[in-house]
Design a protein. Structure first.
Length: 52
């Protein structure tokens, strides 16, 4: 669970950097995709393991 939260924080930082620095705008899209993918994978794994 700690790794999942850590990854979500890293992706959120990428999103903020993508918004803040115009030359790194592509980081916004990479961060959004990775954030959503990590969230979905974490949700599926949690549900599969039977945790609420």
């Amino acid at each position: 669970m700690g790794l999942l939260v850590g990854l979500l924080v890293v992706w959120a930082v990428l999103i903020v950097l993508g918004l803040a620095i115009k030359s790194l705008f592509w980081l916004l899209f990479v961060g959004i995709v990775l954030f959503v993918a990590t969230g979905v994978i974490g949700f599926v794994k949690r549900k599969t393991l039977g945790r609420s």
